[in-house]
Design a binder for this molecule. Structure first.
Ligand code: MTE
Ligand code: MOS
Length: 765
């Protein structure tokens, strides 16, 4: 492990990812790299070829007769419950029976001696169905009133009266699309049966505890029979928060049924067909405002396409609704958040978890008001920032730091050289016959904590061995985001040892139980604290042992520079560990943490659901070819508040990656279903994620300098995983600027951009 800063000063140091080298050399093991135990079988999913149907019968005889096939498992072979719901609402099936609700829905599982044989057998299973007309559109589902949840409505003041009293009024509507996670490592689980019903699941999951629970539910056994392990994922991005659980449950079922190890690795096509995506949203709004651009009233409807079941849609809409005003303040408000049911795959967590969709609302409103008043969107947005002369509370009653909102925005403008750049863009547009440049910006306040209070807890287990080496384990999972190195830095700092003493280990439900998913950007906040508490317990015991050994007061003992010190005494950390063992002092401790002070009242939609806010601001420049509709993001300037960053190298990587992922969602990534509900974008040939050439040529990222943070965040740092994805919203605004059109549905594909260019030329009526 890298020790860029020796001694005890690892927190705050720019240290590379602990697996960076292993990722590059190929030595890092992902799910499919684990050695297969002898006799391992392979499984494949049988997927529905209709979007909505009643399953009458599955003909499995041909499949069963194929060479190498060991079993074909249907809902009838499930010993426990055919229920994989993460929200404890019944009705989410592992294998659809009898209602098929989307194209690509799992119907059965084939198990064979090779993966190819399992896949061939899956193709040979015939589903006899009676088809029905699928509902594929948000509008149609909304008209039919088919909601997966009661509407979540947040109200402030009397919005009707405020709209009536406002000097001006405008309304708008727009849509944004979904997004495929496109983690490089697809969903996978290797299930290894032990004796007496025990089962070890090697799962590529952000949520080992939920994998344990859902496998146990499907098998009908106690949680204690199942141990879930994950060293790392090749990306998760929210796609392995709930979806990994049913993949693992299917592998577990096959292992239980055959008594042999079973590996289920989805092909890219099966993964894209059968696993949930980001929620597409439909927005409708009406706003009242005055001549200065101050928004006086906003009435908005946000409708998420939940797909066929609830999954995590409740949490996604909660975040969309609580982030619908973002960093702005509006005195009279109604935000009505809904989730409709359609016959598509059940949509799920994706980096930002409804936040990215929610924050689009006020950007659209601001853009329309700016156009109507002949102001810049920047001026209208700033006119409505929380704080200053405006209120400083979110609609749900939590305080926003208006000064920080203004600070990140002002620093982003400086970084981008806003006035000169604006002038240069205008000069270019005045001369070029068909290319248009555009400039856009964005400012973010993103709440950090899980919306569900009980999830804001974490555990850790730290051992110091008698040679002074340290084994660190906690409930968080590594998906490339750098959680493990950050938590290791915390432990090294707490024990006053160099980072190389700390051994990072795989997440396991057997070591730290009852964990939350690694999600909502809270991984370091929660697990960092839990690990610090565990390490501090051991540190205090070791310091006491040293004090006793020297006949001194424990308060005089310092643990730093890889040793304990007091007065003229010094003992190296390794020697002290050996001494503790000889003196029968325990060198192992658990740590447990829960985020303090959170509260929420779901009936009034009021409370303080977030520990703090993460702030960020961005400027983006685009160049659009108005003849082809193609564009490039030519420049991006980002300022992100990470508090006192625990690891600036990791944080910068997170910000850059998140921005590009956001840019992909907003521009080139488009999911396409035909009229029968069949998804046609099932691989990189038809689904375009950003590549290295889509990274802006000029890409400047800054961590907010001297950022204030609560004293009780871990080492005064702030979360970074999701917020910077939303900074890509500046690209949407830049594209609107380039087209001259106020409506631009997302993703802003060449087709949509050409329409917008056309609309931008027509006089606004
Ligand atoms: N970074 C990488 N490299 N890979 C990922 O899968 N997931 C993102 C973000 N950054 C992800 C990532 C998502 S959706 C979340 S919620 C956070 O990381 C989770 O990790 P954290 O809480 O430790 O930041
Ligand atoms: Mo991230 S969407 O919270 O896994």
């Amino acid at each position: 492990m890298d020790t860029a800063r020796p001694g005890s000063a690892s927190a705050g140091a720019a240290i590379r990812h602990d697996s960076a080298m292993a990722h590059c050399t190929g030595e890092a093991r992902f799910g499919d790299d684990l050695p297969e135990p002898p006799g391992t079988l392979h499984a494949a999913l049988v997927l529905s070829e209709t979007a909505r149907a009643t399953l009458l019968r599955l003909d499995t005889a041909d499949a069963c007769a194929m060479p190498g096939v060991v079993a074909v498992l249907t809902s009838r072979e499930i010993p426990g419950r055919n229920d994989i719901s993460p929200s404890h609402r019944p009705g989410e099936h592992l294998f659809a029976d009898p209602d098929i609700r989307h194209w690509g829905q799992p119907l059965a599982l084939t198990v064979a001696t090779t993966r190819d044989a399992a896949i061939a057998a899956a193709r040979a299973v015939r589903a006899v169905v009676q088809t029905h007309e699928p509902v594929l559109d948000i509008e149609a589902a909304l008209r039919a009133g088919d909601l997966l949840l009661d509407p979540m409505v947040m109200r402030v003041g009397d919005v009707e009266a405020a709209l009536g009293a406002a000097p001006h009024r405008l309304s708008g509507a727009f849509r944004c699309g979904g997004q495929e996670h496109f983690y490089l490592e697809g969903q996978i689980c290797l299930a290894i049966p032990g004796e007496d019903g025990d089962l070890v699941l090697h799962s590529s999951t952000q949520h080992p505890t939920e994998v344990q629970h859902i496998a146990a539910r499907v098998l009908g056994c106690d949680y204690s029979r199942i141990t879930v392990q994950v060293r790392r994922m090749g990306g998760g991005f929210g796609g392995k928060e709930s979806n990994a659980s049913w993949v693992a449950a299917a592998a577990a079922l096959a292992a239980r049924h055959t008594g042999r190890p079973v590996k289920l690795r989805l092909s890219r096509q099966a993964d894209m067909a059968a696993t949930g995506k980001r929620h597409p949203f439909l927005f409708r709004w009406q706003a009242g405002y005055d001549d200065t651009g101050r928004i006086l009233a906003l009435d908005a409807l946000l409708v998420a396409d939940g797909g066929h079941t609830l999954d995590l849609s409740g949490g996604v809409v909660f975040r969309a609704v609580t982030h619908a005003l973002n960093a702005l303040h509006v005195p009279a408000l109604r935000v009505d958040g809904r989730v409709v049911r359609t016959n598509t795959v059940s949509n799920t967590a994706f980096r930002g978890f409804g936040g990215p969709q929610g924050v689009l609302l006020t950007e659209d409103v601001v853009c329309h008001i700016a156009g109507a008043l002949g102001m810049t969107p920047e001026a209208v947005r700033a006119r409505n920032f929380a704080g200053g002369g405006n209120g400083e509370q979110t609609p749900y009653g939590q305080r926003l730091e208006g000064d920080l909102v203004r600070r990140v925005w002002s620093e982003a403008q400086t970084l981008a050289g806003w006035p000169e750049r604006r002038a240069a863009v205008d000069r270019f547009n005045a001369t070029h016959p068909w290319k248009r440049r555009g400039l856009g910006s964005f400012v973010l306040a993103f709440g950090i904590s899980f919306g569900t209070q009980s999830m804001n807890q974490a555990g850790a287990l730290v051992h110091v061995y008698a040679d002074g080496s340290i084994r660190l384990n906690h409930g968080g999972t590594e998906m490339g985001q750098g959680l493990f190195i950050k938590v290791a830095q915390v432990v090294a700092d707490t024990l006053g040892v160099p980072l190389r003493r700390v051994r990072i280990t795989a997440t396991s439900t057997g070591e730290v139980p009852n964990t939350s998913p690694t999600a909502a950007s809270t991984g370091t906040d929660l697990n960092g604290w839990a690990a610090r508490i565990a390490a501090a317990t051991i540190r205090d015991r070791m310091a006491n042992a040293a004090a006793e050994h020297w006949g001194m007061d424990p308060a005089q003992v310092e643990m730093e520079d890889d040793a304990a010190h007091a007065g003229n005494h010094r003992i190296g950390f390794g020697d002290l560990a050996a001494l503790c063992h000889a003196k029968r002092v325990s060198l192992s401790a658990t740590g447990y943490y829960k985020t303090p002070g959170l509260h929420w009242d779901a009936t009034t939609m009021r409370g303080e659901p977030f520990f703090y806010f993460s702030y960020g601001a961005s400027v983006a420049e685009v160049e659009l070819d108005t003849l082809t509709g193609e564009h490039r993001c030519t420049g991006a300037w980002l300022v992100q508040d990470c508090g006192r960053s625990l690891n600036p190298a990791i944080d910068l990587g997170q910000i850059e990656g998140a921005f590009v992922q956001g840019l992909g969602w907003l521009t080139c990534e488009e999911l396409w279903w035909d009229r029968t509900g069949r998804l046609h974008t099932l691989g990189p040939s038809t689904y375009k994620i950003p590549g290295s050439r889509d990274v802006p040529e000029t890409f400047e990222v800054r961590l907010l300098a001297n950022a204030p943070a609560r004293a009780d965040t871990i080492f005064r740092s702030k979360a970074v995983g999701e917020p910077p994805l939303m900074l890509a919203t500046a690209v949407w605004n830049a594209l609107k600027d380039a087209t001259g059109s106020r409506r631009l549905d997302l993703p802003a594909t060449p087709e949509r951009l050409l329409h917008a260019v056309q609309a931008g030329r027509e006089p606004v009526t």
